[in-house]
Design a binder for this molecule. Structure first.
Ligand SMILES: [Zn+2]
Length: 226
């Protein structure tokens, strides 16, 4: 039997949210009620361990977030189908005039595990969704055919971020905004194993440390490089 305690937990959580963000005088929602002006759009994984609002210590109104399995951006396909990611991109770029888009990959991603392992033939949607990352798998098969599974998965997760950035540039209104200097695209990777945050350096075509791992468990200081 499923536990009935969840609503109590949600209620307590919402009360803490009220106390922090909504109830104090001059609270942030006095402005946010009039509209949002987020400083970035983040494409992140649905994974419960990688909430970008928590990872980036953001506050309400800061981030416009798209989450899906494996933080994938589909290619630009202006057909009559229901494209949830593309609709959110369009709203953020064309209506909110967002200035930054971050694709945030992460280690230990179940989506990429399913892509690299034998296919689950009885999944109705997951295989088709993850086929968006088939270019990432092809790169790993080409460059790391004999590497151990952890190394292959990590590489595949990083290629996934890179190909999502490529796909973003396939949207004409994103490409035009980038070319006008009004929009910047970024690739991030949260290494859950080490606690590092990596940044995709397009010139070096490599992920480089942006925030190093904690020196030790409970360390109070981290060095920020950017
Ligand atoms: Zn994931």
């Amino acid at each position: 039997m499923v536990s009935q305690d969840l609503l109590k937990r949600f209620s307590a959580g919402f009360q803490r949210f009220q106390k922090t963000w909504y109830c104090p005088e001059n609270n942030i929602y006095e402005d946010l009620r009039a509209g949002q002006n987020p400083y970035a759009l983040v494409v992140a994984c649905s994974d419960s361990r990688v909430d970008p609002v928590l990872l980036l210590d953001a506050t309400p109104g800061d981030l416009f977030v798209i989450r899906n399995v494996a933080n994938l951006v589909p290619p630009y396909e202006p057909d009559s189908h229901h494209h949830g990611v593309s609709a959110a991109l369009e709203y953020a770029v064309r209506h909110l005039r967002i200035e930054h888009i971050m694709v945030m990959g992460h280690a230990k991603c179940g989506g990429f595990t399913s892509l690299l392992e034998v296919s689950h033939s009885d999944d109705e949607f997951l295989n088709i969704w993850m086929s968006l990352a088939c270019r990432a798998k092809a790169e790993v098969d080409r460059t790391l055919p004999d590497a151990d599974p952890d190394e292959r998965q990590r590489a595949c997760e990083m290629w996934g971020v890179r190909f999502s950035l490529d796909n973003l540039m396939g949207y004409p209104w994103i490409r035009e905004a980038v070319e006008r200097g009004e929009l910047l695209l970024h690739g991030l990777y949260f290494d859950m194993g080490t606690g590092e945050l990596l940044y995709f350096d397009a010139h070096r075509e490599a992920f480089v440390p942006m925030v190093e791992a904690c020196a030790s468990a409970g360390a109070s200081s981290v060095r920020v490089r950017r």
